[in-house]
Design a binder for this molecule. Structure first.
Ligand code: DAH
Length: 369
């Protein structure tokens, strides 16, 4: 076998064994490059006699062409392998189910909280806050409920022993606030009239059944100015109720009542239809109590450092959870705080459906549930 045949076979073996394009290129250069094995053979042609030169020249050119073909075929082969591997890695399984739905939901209490803030913010109210652990001055005394006032017994208060090293002293003890009304006093202490605030937050009473839990939520409203009247109170609450329940024609009545911190006081009822299975708000001849309110008692203004001969105002308070139950048809309050994922998936709201008076309050078509 001639030299060139040997060289050809040797190179063909190397080509067959190449595992990547870089190695293949090195083989090509070593064979056909300027100083390649085959090129070197060509360089020797000049020194050969004419006949041999022609014969070997032909032979080498054929070998060169064959090797080039062989290299090209191997290159195509390696490129295909590379592509197949890449496709395998980047494979998209079009039969997979689409992205899983968001698990988290906004709790109905948070939702109603936001709705209430949105409505009152548009009426120009600020949001005020007070502490959950409160002294008895702010929770009771300043609200015209001195010690031994019978109204204190109505509130099933949790007392906190804030002096653990001493014997428990009921009068000095702190409480977890039984209502948000104490924020009225805290606001008056900080701010001069005109005052227009709502104070949503947690409240606590020792009570537990389908409509009561030891921790629940309330919001308080307080408006104080020189000429604030009962008519302002009524207008404000009418507007709030209609906006909140998303019902244009909502029957509302003010029923005389008693709260120590307001005089006169009233409870607000909304018209509804109660059937055995349903509660429809805004229709029918039944009434449902939703809110307490009244004109701020002069003693309360005085306790907050405001002169009742110069200023007057109104206040109101309501349960956020209760409003959530009514608006979204949730029958048992205790389920609100059981952290059951199935419950929140059913009654909760999508995180991006935030409440605003312009883009929609509940994003839920109002009472449709
Ligand atoms: N604090 C009352 C309660 O917890 C609710 C309330 C009634 C608040 C009348 C008020 C009001 O501001 O004027 O039952």
């Amino acid at each position: 076998m001639s030299d060139i045949e040997n060289i050809k076979q040797e190179i063909e073996q190397k080509i067959a064994g190449a595992e990547d394009i870089k190695t293949l290129e090195d083989i090509r250069v070593a064979a056909l490059g300027k100083k390649g094995q085959v090129t070197e053979v060509l360089k020797t042609l000049g020194s050969l006699p004419m006949e041999e030169r022609i014969a070997l020249g032909k032979k080498v050119n054929t070998v060169k062409a064959e090797l080039e073909q062989c290299l090209a075929a191997k290159k195509a082969d390696l490129e295909k392998k590379l592509l197949d591997e890449k496709l395998k890695q980047e494979v998209v399984d079009v039969t997979l189910p689409c992205r899983p739905e968001t698990q988290g939901r906004i709790h109905p209490v948070s939702k109603v909280y936001e709705e209430i803030v949105a409505i009152f913010a548009q009426m120009g109210f600020d949001v005020a806050e007070g502490p959950d652990i409160e002294d008895q001055f702010h929770n009771f005394n300043a609200l015209n409920m001195p010690p031994n006032h019978p109204a204190r017994q109505m509130q099933d208060t949790f007392y906190i022993n804030n002096q653990p090293d001493k014997e428990f002293d009921m009068d000095a003890a702190y409480v977890v606030r039984t209502h948000t009304s104490g924020v009225q006093i805290r606001t008056m202490e900080k701010k001069r009239p005109p005052i227009r605030i709502i104070a949503p937050g947690r409240t606590y009473r020792s009570d537990y059944d389908a409509t009561h839990t030891p921790m629940f939520h309330q919001f308080e409203g307080l408006v104080i100015d020189k000429h604030t009247t009962l008519a302002d109170l009524k207008g404000c609450l009418y507007d709030f109720m209609k906006a909140f329940f998303e019902v244009d024609e909502l029957p509302i009545r003010f029923r005389p009542s008693y709260f120590p911190f307001t005089e006169p006081s009233a409870e607000v009822d909304i018209g509804c239809l109660k059937t055995k299975t349903d509660l429809i708000i805004g229709a029918g001849t039944d009434w449902l109590e939703v809110l307490g309110c009244g004109m701020v008692h002069p003693n309360v203004l005085r306790a907050g450092g405001i002169d009742p001969d110069e200023y007057q105002g109104f206040a109101f308070g309501a349960g956020i959870d209760r409003l959530a139950m009514l608006k979204y048809g949730i029958p048992d309050l205790r389920t609100f705080f059981e952290s059951d994922i199935r419950w929140i998936k059913h009654y909760g709201f999508l995180p991006l459906d935030f409440s605003s008076m312009t883009s929609g309050l509940s994003n839920n078509g109002g009472l449709a549930r």
